[in-house]
Write a protein that binds this ligand. Structure first.
Ligand code: 5GP
Length: 202
């Protein structure tokens, strides 16, 4: 097995983290890629669990040293995926899950092609997203406005993804998400075909 990658993108407030956390309980051999960010830590978040939180200077140093598979500026902050732990997890046959934005998805797709299965997760409409972000109470009005504007521009790139999930019912969306994650492991690109055929013939 070569391992495979599942990318989940979508606006903050679409329910990504809660859905992924539930999915992780249902599937074995998953590796969640913990991104590095320069944004402030939110109440309830833990360094090294949700993100690795570093300064802008440290992030720029890591970019120069080529430590990221991809990185992007989202809502004025840097976010990036560290290359080394992810490659190790793939080598160990894990399903590597990345929660990254549309810019990161594009770069990862260019580098890993068909080994990636990607999902764009969103709400049924913009009003619901605004309501969820306001209700969460973690962001100022200004930040919410930025997140909504970002979501509007991200929505225009849905066609770059394999799947779209509209999270209007948590349990139903979780079922679909889990089904996609399970089937992503059955892609031919997830196995070493030559190895498989030679051991099958033997
Ligand atoms: P939040 O600040 O709500 O945690 O995340 C904001 C956005 O950054 C989300 O759309 C999330 O998917 C994206 N993001 C998180 N980590 C990464 C990363 O490593 N790379 C990229 N390109 N985007 C990321």
């Amino acid at each position: 097995m070569k391992g495979s990658m599942l990318i989940i993108s979508g606006p903050s407030g679409s329910g990504k983290s809660s859905l992924m956390n539930e999915m992780f309980k249902k599937i074995e051999d998953i590796y969640f890629s913990i991104s590095t960010t320069t944004r402030d830590i939110r109440d309830g978040e833990v360094d090294g669990v949700n993100y690795h939180y570093i300064s802008k200077e440290e992030f720029e140093q890591d970019i120069e040293e080529g430590l990221f598979l991809e990185w992007a500026k989202v809502h004025d902050n840097y976010y990036g995926t560290s290359l080394k732990p992810m490659l190790q997890a793939l080598h160990n046959g894990k399903l590597v899950v990345l929660d990254i934005d549309v810019q990161g998805h594009k770069i990862a797709r260019e580098k890993f092609g068909n080994s990636i299965t990607s999902i764009f997760l969103t709400t049924a409409n913009q009003k619901i997203l605004k309501y969820r972000l306001s209700n969460r109470g973690t962001d100022t009005d200004e930040v919410i406005e930025k997140r909504i504007n970002n979501a509007v521009s991200e929505m225009t790139r849905i066609k770059e993804y394999d799947y779209i999930l509209v999270n209007d019912n948590f349990d139903e969306t979780l079922k679909k998400l889990t089904a996609i994650a399970v089937s992503s492991r059955c892609k031919v690109s997830a196995i070493d075909t030559e190895d498989f055929i030679s051991s099958w013939v033997y």
